[in-house]
Write a protein of this length. Sequence first.
Length: 262
Amino acid sequence: MEIGRIRQWLYLYSAKLAAMARQLFAPCPSGVGQNVEMPSRSLLFALLLVIASPLLCAEFDPVLDTAERYVRAQTQGLPGKVTIAMGKLDASRLPPCTAHEAFSPPGTRMIGKTHVGVRCLGPNIWSVLVPVQIAITGNYVSTARALAAGQLIQPGDLVSSTGDLSTLPAGVVADPALAIGKTLRNSLGAGQPLRDNQLLAPMVIRQGQTVRVLSKGSGFAVSSEGRALSNASEGQIAQIRMPSGQTVSGIAKSDGSIEISF
């Protein structure tokens, strides 16, 4: 069970534990020895409350718990194994609060050394930043050898590795299949992680070539031809000049055509 949930469980069940203690140390029936046992039972009950109170109340920090539950929810869909280490926060100086809400400060990445915001919704209004370390162990792609700018990536150019993704640049490619067949924007040395913004998809339409134009709408599809006015990779917008002189724009498809939707 997670530490945060253990603390929450102890906090929520403190009243039940106290009731069990009262039953356990209930006064004895009237009779011989009652005057002797009552002080002992009362002393034991008091000691139990003194020992249990810090564990049941002080150990549970609603601010840290709110932040931790938020981080776990935000990182739930990330690939790889996620490890979360919450930092320390002295919440004893904060005004009383009955409702907390976590949020991500602007520009925050849910990876590596970062912060999560927690605001109080009432009766007092305040907010704090909770430090957190998020490590994600997963697969990433790096170069097997030095590669030149403009080089078409082949399977032997890449190697798959496993490590902490929080220590790597943003946008690291996780699957070699996503890079093979694409072109490098810039040169890379051997052993460097490969990022998706360093890749160029192959051109499917080149300026000046004749392009098939497919116009589609509700219940109809019309095919015609035009001349490309720009280069385009699959999924990019290409401009085509039709025989009438009209210029149209459409989405480049893998077969070298473009599609215009109405």
